[in-house]
Design a protein around this ligand. Structure first.
Ligand code: MEV
Length: 425
C-alpha cells in the first residue's frame, strides 16, 4: 500500500490489520492523533443523555471504509456504519469497476424542503386558496422572520404552493411552504416556520390549521448519480445482458423493487448513520419517491451504451445536513465527515447517491453471476471459525478451508481446527 499518493484506490485493503487501515485513513484525510483516538472511543454518556431521553448507555455498530470511489473527478473514501457483512466490500468493488470509465458523475437540485400546513373547515375552498396565494409575500416574510441565521446564509422560505385535496372529512387545502435550508437537513427550520404561519393562514382562509410539519417526500431536493460500468471488467456482453435481465424485474415488480431498493439503502443508510444524519427521513423519502408514479419501482435505471458498457443511474430525494442535529454532536459523525472531506450538504448528498448506485450495481452484478451467498460466506466462515475456537492466525486459514470445501458449519469447523492443530505440532 503506497501512502505517498492521495488516492482512494487501495488493493487488498480488507487484508490489512485495523491499525494499518487507520494509518491509511489518517494519511488520506489528514487526521490528527486526537481524531484517530475517536475510532476506539464510545459516545460519552453525557452527550448521549442530551441526545435522547431515558438513556441507559450507547449502542455500537461496526464502522468500515469503502474505498476506490471517484466522484466528479475527486477521490473519496466512504465511512459506513452497518451490521451487514459484504456491504462495504461490495461497494468498494463496484467503485473500482466504475473508476475504469471515469467514476460517478452527479447533479443535485437546490436544498429545497417542503413544509405542509393542513387547513380544514374552510367555507369556500377555491376563494380561500386564492386568498392564500394573494398573501404569499406576507407569509414568506413571516416565515423568514423565524430564522434570520438561515436567511443570512442565503437560505430561507422561497415559495408557497396550494393544493386542494378531497378527503373523507371534506375538501381540505394543503399549503406547501418551500424552504431553502442550505447545509441543514432542515426539519427544525421548516417546522418552526410552519408553526409560525398557522395563525396567519387561519385568518386569511377562515379555516382551521391542523398539521404543520415537514414532508419527508423531499422531491424538490433531488440528487442524481450516474456511472458507466466497463463491460469487459464485468465479464463481457453476456454478463451485461444477464444484469439487465435481473434489473428488469425490479422495474416492473414491486416485490422485487422492494428488495432492489433495500440493497440500495444498505449503502445509503450506512453512510447516513456514519455522518449522524436521519436514516428514517432518507428511507421515507426514497420509498415514497419510488412510488411517485402510482406503482412502487426501482430507484435505479440501467441500459447499455453504444459500446456495450452498462450505464447506471440513480435519482432520489436526499435531505441530508452537515450542520445541526446529531451531525454536530456525535464525535464519530464529525470524524466521518472529515474522512469524506465534504464541505456541504450538497456534496454529501452526491456521495450518498453514488454509494447507493454502487451498492445496487454490486448486488445485481453478484445476483446475475455467482449469487450473493459466496460473498457472504467468507465473513460468515470467519465467525464460524471463531466460534469453533480458532485463535488469531488460525481464523483466516480455517475460514478459507471452510469456504473452499463448501461446508461452513460449526461441527466441521471444530473437526478441521483439531486436524490443523495436530498437523502444526
Ligand atoms: C441484501 O441485504 C440486499 C440484496 O438482497 C439486494 C438485492 O437483492 O438487490 C442482495
Amino acid at each position: 500500500m503506497s501512502t505517498t499518493e492521495r488516492t482512494s484506490v487501495v488493493s487488498g485493503f480488507y487484508k490489512l490489520p485495523i491499525e494499518k487501515r487507520r494509518e491509511f485513513v489518517t494519511h488520506f484525510a489528514n487526521l490528527s492523533e486526537d481524531d484517530v483516538k475517536i475510532f476506539s472511543s464510545c459516545l460519552d454518556l453525557a452527550t448521549a443523555d442530551r441526545m435522547i431521553e431515558n438513556v441507559l448507555g450507547t449502542f455500537e455498530l461496526p464502522l468500515g471504509l469503502a474505498v476506490n470511489f471517484l466522484i466528479n473527478g475527486k477521490d473519496y473514501i466512504i465511512p459506513m456504519a452497518t451490521e451487514e457483512s459484504s456491504v462495504v466490500a461490495a461497494a468498494s468493488n463496484a467503485a473500482k469497476i466504475a473508476r475504469i470509465k471515469g467514476g460517478f458523475s452527479t447533479t443535485c437540485s437546490e436544498p429545497l424542503m417542503i413544509g405542509q400546513l393542513q387547513l380544514l373547515h374552510i367555507g369556500d375552498v377555491v376563494t380561500a386558496a386564492h386568498e392564500i396565494l394573494k398573501h404569499k409575500e406576507q407569509l414568506l416574510i413571516l416565515a423568514n422572520s423565524q430564522d434570520k441565521i438561515l436567511v443570512d446564509l442565503g437560505g430561507g422560505a422561497r415559495d408557497l404552493e396550494v393544493r386542494i385535496l378531497d378527503s373523507p372529512l371534506g375538501t381540505m387545502i394543503v399549503t406547501h411552504l418551500i424552504v431553502d435550508v442550505r447545509d441543514a437537513m432542515g426539519a427544525n427550520a421548516v417546522n418552526t416556520m410552519c408553526e409560525a404561519l398557522a395563525p396567519m393562514l387561519e385568518e386569511i382562509s377562515g379555516g382551521k390549521v391542523r398539521l404543520k410539519i415537514l414532508s419527508n417526500l423531499a422531491d424538490k431536493r433531488l440528487v442524481k448519480a450516474t456511472a458507466v460500468f466497463d463491460k469487459e471488467k464485468m465479464g463481457g456482453d453476456r454478463v451485461v445482458d444477464a444484469f439487465l435481465e435481473s434489473y428488469t424485474l425490479a422495474s416492473i415488480d414491486p416485490y422485487r423493487a422492494a428488495t432492489h431498493n433495500k440493497g440500495i439503502m444498505n449503502g445509503i443508510d450506512a453512510l447516513i448513520i456514519a455522518t449522524g444524519n436521519d436514516s428514517r427521513a432518507i428511507e421515507a423519502g426514497a420509498h415514497a419517491y419510488a412510488a411517485r408514479d402510482g406503482q412502487y419501482t426501482a430507484l435505479t435505471r440501467y441500459h447499455k451504451n453504444n459500446n456495450g458498457d452498462l450505464v447506471g443511474e440513480i435519482e432520489l430525494p436526499m435531505a441530508v445536513g452537515v450542520v445541526g442535529g446529531a451531525a454536530n454532536m456525535h464525535p464519530k459523525a464529525k470524524l466521518c465527515r472529515k474522512i469524506l472531506g465534504i464541505s456541504s450538504a450538497r456534496e454529501l448528498a452526491e456521495v450518498v447517491a453514488s454509494l447507493g448506485l454502487a451498492q445496487n450495481f454490486a448486488a445485481l452484478f453478484a445476483l446475475s453471476t455467482v449469487g450473493i451467498q459466496k460473498g457472504h460466506m467468507s465473513l460468515h466462515a470467519k465467525n464460524i471459525a471463531v466460534m469453533a475456537g480458532a485463535q488469531r492466525g488460525e481464523i483466516e486459514k480455517l475460514a478459507d478451508q471452510l469456504v473452499h470445501n463448501g461446508k461452513v458449519k460449526l461441527d466441521y469447523a471444530k473437526e478441521l481446527l483439531e486436524k490443523m492443530r495436530k498437523k502444526a505440532k
